[in-house]
Design a protein around this ligand. Structure first.
Ligand SMILES: Nc1ncnc2c1ncn2[C@@H]1O[C@H](COP(=O)(O)OP(=O)(O)OP(=O)(O)O)[C@@H](O)[C@H]1O
Ligand SMILES: [Mg+2]
Length: 263
């Protein structure tokens, strides 16, 4: 009888990319032998293999410099992964139009960078690029989904706190109706209440619209609050994939040390 953990690992089995029949059809992202070497010849990612099941919140944790941001940035081609290494819905992302990929795979960074203008201008930005003007009602709904009061609509982006601006950045990303949200330490600059607001918004989005979420965080507690699955990245390699409550069972020595220091 397989345990929950076994079932969980099954989603993440390393499969031969040439054998399409073995690929789990419910995987949103498949990563196969993803490798990156710096210009100076230093390995940054060392053959990452990972399946990210659709509709899951995946937490990525690991020591500073282990390659978390590099891994995340490959998924929407902020750096170009090699052909045959990253697949979205079974399509090689290098074959996709990069702008439509980034609409499907939205990203939030540690610090929000709002454009000049009002909150509504920011939220309308993406759809406007495609010739669609969001109505006030649509903007309001997006703000509420991002856990921000609709009265913020006409405020200037420059008048907001970092926590409020991060939620506007989330609403702006959501305006593109992404299927996947990539988050690189989205709350590390925020106070506990703003952090909770963002976490609530992410969990609601995941539950209500089945959005797949991949979140890099330095906070093990945050990952335990919101993630369905955690992957531990150490020195450019995935050393463990576990359920959040099983993190203490990590066996890799570096993973254990990292968890001891972080908790
Ligand atoms: N453009 C680059 N050129 C050379 N090396 C880089 C570049 N970007 C990142 N690196 C190196 O790659 C490694 C992984 O960096 P990355 O930013 O992915 O780590 P991280 O796990 O996100 O770290 P942190 O937790 O500090 O954000 C580091 O050793 C970093 O110095
Ligand atoms: Mg990083």
């Amino acid at each position: 009888m397989p345990s929950d953990l076994d079932e969980c690992r099954e989603h993440l089995l390393v499969v031969d990319v040439n054998d399409q029949n073995k690929i789990d059809k419910s995987s949103k992202f498949q990563i196969r032998n993803l490798t990156k070497v710096s210009n100076a010849g230093v390995p940054i990612l060392k053959g990452i293999d990972l399946d990210v099941p659709e509709g899951m919140i995946l937490g990525v944790v690991g020591p500073s410099g282990s390659g978390k941001s590099t891994l995340l940035r490959a998924l929407n081609r902020l750096w170009e992964p090699p052909f045959g290494t990253v697949f979205l819905d079974h399509n090689d992302i290098c074959d996709l139009d990069v702008l439509s990929l980034r609409r499907k795979v939205g990203m939030l960074f540690q610090l929000p960078a709002l454009f000049e203008g009002t909150v509504a201008d920011n939220v309308r930005y993406g759809p406007q690029l495609r010739g669609k003007k969001l109505t006030d009602e649509e903007v309001r709904k997006l703000l509420i989904t991002a856990d921000l009061d609709a009265s913020f609509m006409n405020k200037k982006g420059s008048e907001l706190s970092v926590g409020q601006a991060q939620r506007v950045a989330l609403a702006r990303t959501l305006a593109n109706s992404p299927e996947v949200l990539l988050l690189d330490e989205p709350t590390s600059a925020l106070d506990p209440i703003s952090t909770e607001n963002i976490e609530d918004a992410l969990v609601k989005l995941n539950k209500n619209s089945g959005m797949t979420v991949i979140i890099v965080s330095h906070s093990i507690k945050q990952i335990q609050r919101i993630a369905d699955l955690v992957c531990l990245l150490v020195d450019g390699q995935i050393v463990e994939v576990l359920k959040p409550h099983q993190l203490s069972q990590a066996t890799h020595p570096m993973a254990q040390r990292f968890l001891q220091i972080s908790s």
